[in-house]
Design a protein around this ligand. Structure first.
Ligand code: SF4
Length: 414
């Protein structure tokens, strides 16, 4: 039996320390381990990060894979490692350069943490990802799950990981009722994971559990007929595999309108701004920053944001939506005057676009603002609109730029 990695349960609290006595017992776990490991070694997907034991590369992959699909991660993983092949190279890079290679992956705080952690790995650990659990946990952006994943895969440390995929597999194997993320359930699953861990092959074991959850024991309609551990699965035996785990209550979506101004001078240059650096957050996921700071302090067009109510089908609702856009337009004009000194700007509407970020549905409402000369503002950057990718920008900013490209393609030619 291995050690529990004590992952958090998503509630921000550590699981209870006394949960190990209540984990569901699986008969003949040694046979289950053999069956699952054999299946994994024969059927695992050929993923870039599975071809290495380099803890740095595994760490990068684990951070990228948080809340991001494998297919989306692969090209970023390749280009990031090509540009920053070691902790030393990452540590000495400029943050802007790191963010540029991250741009499009979202959740940019991860990239900032990576950069800070790389500096600590160099200054405190000689450039090598630490082998100790406590040392790994002390690095920025590394929680129980990531520490256990990197240490087990790179160094075979006997630490069991529990993420959403693994928790679902365990809940079904042990027929554990309840929502996965509730503390009592997560505690039981964590204890179960530690009890089942193959201590001599912890890296493969953890990856096998994750692979099973990702490809066979999927959230909807698990493929039990193809499952290598179906003989041990209590949910299958009870005929309740489809109804476990209990559905999670999703937080309500917040709808946001972001009105942005694309300033453009006769040379086709635009102006991007960036909110103050740092990594402070209010912790209130429903707070909407006043001046459009929704994109993790990346470079963006000047903007204002406000929370809005969903648009219904009736006429009154549409009138209200139009009023909201008119208000936002006025506030954007005021914002441009106050921050950039552009008085009475003429805002030409561009095509709107949708942008979704986890719990936020954002309606992008861009405007073109033609100016004879772009204002010289401290901290702002002026560059050709066709070249905004030279700076770290979010995919929302790219969508806004695309709406300009549709009406002014000449600025994008050549
Ligand atoms: S038998 Fe079905 S429910 Fe049980 S672990 Fe396998 S895929 Fe999941």
């Amino acid at each position: 039996m291995g050690a529990a990695a004590q992952p958090t349960n998503g509630s921000g609290k550590e699981p209870h320390k006394n949960g190990s006595s209540k984990e569901p017992k699986i008969k003949h776990p040694e046979r289950l381990r053999i069956a699952l490991l054999a299946w994994y070694r024969a059927h695992k997907r050929d993923l870039d990060w599975r071809r290495t034991r380099d803890p740095y590369a595994i760490w990068i992959s684990e951070i990228m894979l948080q809340q991001t699909r494998v297919a989306a991660v692969t090209p970023y993983y390749r280009s990031f490692l090509a540009r920053f092949p070691s902790a030393r190279q990452l540590a000495t890079a400029r943050l802007d350069s790191v963010l540029r290679y991250w741009a499009g992956l979202g959740y940019y705080r991860r990239a900032r943490h990576l950069h800070r952690a790389a500096k600590q790995i160099v200054s405190r650990h000689g450039g090598e990802f630490p082998r100790g659990h406590a040392e790994a946990l002390a690095l920025p952006g590394i929680g129980n799950y990531t520490a256990a994943a990197v240490l087990s895969i790179a160094y075979n440390a006997p630490l069991a990981v529990v993420d959403g995929n693994v928790a679902r597999v365990l809940a079904r194997l042990g027929a554990v009722p309840g929502e996965l993320r509730t503390p009592a359930v997560w505690r039981r699953l964590t204890a179960m994971a530690a009890a089942l861990l193959a201590p001599d092959a912890s890296g493969d074991w953890n990856q096998a559990m994750m692979e099973l959850g990702a490809t066979i024991c999927t959230p909807q309609s698990p493929h039990c007929a193809a499952c290598p551990v179906s003989d041990w699965c209590k949910a299958r035996a009870l005929g309740i595999a489809n109804s476990l785990p209990a559905a999670q209550k999703k937080p309500a979506k917040v709808r946001i309108l972001l009105a942005a101004a694309v300033l453009l001078d006769p040379q086709g240059r635009t102006l991007l701004v960036r909110p103050p650096d740092g990594d402070k957050r209010s912790g209130d996921n429903h707070a909407v920053p006043e001046h459009g700071v929704l994109f993790s302090r990346l470079w963006q067009f000047p903007a204002i944001a406000r929370r809005v109510t969903p648009v219904g089908r009736n006429r009154a609702s549409h009138r209200s939506a139009n009023r909201t856009i008119n208000n936002a337009t006025r506030r954007l004009a005021r914002h441009l005057e106050q921050t950039l000194g552009i008085s009475a700007p003429l805002l030409e509407p561009l095509a709107t676009a949708k942008h979704a970020v986890t719990f936020r549905d954002i309606r992008l409402v861009p405007f073109l603002v033609r100016v004879r000369r772009l204002p010289a503002v401290p901290g702002a950057r002026i560059l050709p609109i066709a070249e905004i990718d030279r700076l770290p920008v979010s995919s929302a900013t790219r969508k806004i730029a695309a709406s300009v490209a549709r009406v002014l393609p000449a600025h994008y030619a050549g």
